[in-house]
Design a protein around this ligand. Structure first.
Ligand code: ADP
Ligand code: ASP
Ligand code: MG
Length: 455
């Protein structure tokens, strides 16, 4: 991080959810002190819809769904390029409309492609970000802000892990300087798609759902940005999901480690890979509300907060627990290494682990394909899988040495069955409960640990 580097503004799906929203977000860019690099998500719901369309067989429902999706973008195009800026330059609306039609044709062609489905899906889904970037660039120009679209495929170089591609750091840094920096230094706003990149062969890849935050962090780190601002639909990071816990409080400043833990344990407001990437490279992040730009938001930076204790609670449903008990002839160390070799071979990421001399329990995302893993594990162990669980995490500072935190958690849990408890650092403590009880457990913990006895 430098004091003089550029800034990056990332707008999430709701912040570019329609013509008016794109316009409002463009105004935030116009009002920025320095020329930002702009990274946009697809309009809210578009990635999900494109993923659905990509899986539909050819026929009238696919054609209709595509038509509706394009119409939504045409409608936004009419609003963003309204020629209502008194005396200001106007965006080239016919060019924008031609662009939307061209993307529509590319989508229709892509749907007919019968090649590798993962490659095909990424190429199709990425069109959502192509469209929103074109709309944002047009909105900026119609406000009189010089803006140029920069294709993320030319900047974010990834491996060929379609659907969950991993950026290649060095080449991406070089490409970011080459394609973005010269524009910023001339006062031209580069507008780039989030979430997408390209592999060495130029094939479009995507970084995983919610990945536009990751793009912003990648670009921010590459350009040694002064700050990356994540513009979203809430006032910042709260002590719990504000859409689920009415008493949630805004957190003004959060330490690097806390932010990474919170992201990994389910606070959707920032993508885990983005938090980790920014933190590892010392880039400060600010989360702000594009619907309420007066609010200062949450600053994530290296300094830890002064006050120890629980800062936030996170909840991640969709967790599966795998319990493995070693066959008698395995020693503990040999057993653990065998178990993790199996997981590594199948590329299954593990979230939480607890282990004893003869047993190990760990959690994985329910979405993972587990049958082969189970089969391989059965060669060395007795295996039991428990599904339908949620991970509850308390995140904060000094959780190990803060008196009473664990006691309070267990008191609140009372007789609620807990399937695993894990605490690897003093920044987070996590445990598993059934999905049926998860939200209520979070609410009660929040009341006790965050809102306090006076609540
Ligand atoms: P965007 O489309 O802007 O990327 P997301 O939907 O990915 O937005 O993330 C914002 C959402 O994250 C909020 O609307 C909120 O419901 C959810 N969220 C979950 N946990 C938290 C938290 N601790 N603080 C703020 N928002 C949270
Ligand atoms: N549009 C992508 C998604 O919905 C990326 C993002 O919004 O961050 O997952
Ligand atoms: Mg998001």
């Amino acid at each position: 991080m430098t004091d003089s580097g550029p800034v990056v503004f990332k707008f999430g799906g709701t912040s570019v959810g329609g013509g008016h929203r794109i316009r409002d977000s463009a105004r935030l860019v116009a009002a920025a002190e320095a020329t930002p690099v702009v990274v946009v998500s697809a309009m809210a719901g578009v990635t999900t819809e494109l993923t659905r369309i990509a899986a539909l067989p050819s026929g009238s429902s696919r054609t209709d769904a595509l038509r509706t999706l394009l119409e939504r973008h045409r409608e936004a195009a009419r609003l963003v390029s309204d020629e209502d800026v008194p005396g200001g330059p106007h965006s080239d609306r016919p060019a924008l409309e031609r662009r939307i039609e061209a993307v529509g044709e590319a989508l229709a062609r892509g749907l007919e492609d019968d090649g590798d489905p993962r490659i095909r899906t990424d190429a199709l889904v990425a069109r959502g970000e192509d469209l929103s970037a074109a709309l944002m660039a047009a909105a900026l120009r119609s406000l009189g802000v010089p803006a140029r679209e920069v294709d993320a495929r030319k900047v974010v170089r990834t491996d060929a892990g379609f659907g969950q591609a991993i950026p290649r750091d060095e080449v991406t840094v070089r490409l970011a300087w080459k394609h973005l920096f010269p524009l910023v230094s001339k006062g031209v706003v580069p507008v780039m798609q989030g979430f997408i990149g390209a592999d060495d062969q130029g094939r479009t890849t995507t970084l995983g759902r919610g990945g536009s935050d990751f793009t912003a962090a990648i670009v921010g780190a590459a350009l040694e940005a002064r700050q990356v601002t994540i513009w979203t639909d809430v006032d910042g990071i709260y002590s719990a999901d504000p859409n689920r816990i009415p008493g949630a409080r805004i957190i003004q400043e959060l330490g690097f480690e806390e932010a990474v833990e919170l992201a990994y344990f389910g606070a959707r407001v920032i993508h885990p890979a983005a938090a980790k990437h920014a933190v590892a490279r010392g880039v400060s992040l600010r989360i702000r509300n594009s619907f309420n730009p007066e609010a200062p938001g949450t600053l994530i930076r290296s300094d830890r907060r002064e006050t120890p204790g629980v800062a936030a609670l996170a909840y991640k449903p969709g967790t599966a627990l795998i319990r493995v008990r070693s066959r008698p002839h395995f020693m503990a160390y040999g057993f653990l290494s065998r178990v993790f070799q199996v997981l590594a071979r199948h590329g299954v990421p593990v979230d939480l682990v607890a282990t004893s001399h003869t047993s190990t329990a760990f959690t994985v995302d329910r979405g993972e394909e587990l049958s082969l893993v189970e089969e391989a594990l059965r060669e060395v162990a007795e295996v039991k899988v428990v599904d339908g669980l949620g991970t509850v995490s308390a995140i904060g500072r000094g959780l190990l040495e803060t008196p009473g935190v664990t006691g309070e958690i267990f008191r609140v849990l009372g007789s609620t069955p807990v399937h695993l408890i894990s605490q690897a650092s003093d920044t987070s403590l996590s445990f598993l409960v059934s999905e049926a009880e998860g939200p209520e457990v979070v609410r009660r913990l929040h009341e006790t640990l965050v809102e306090g006895p006076s609540a």
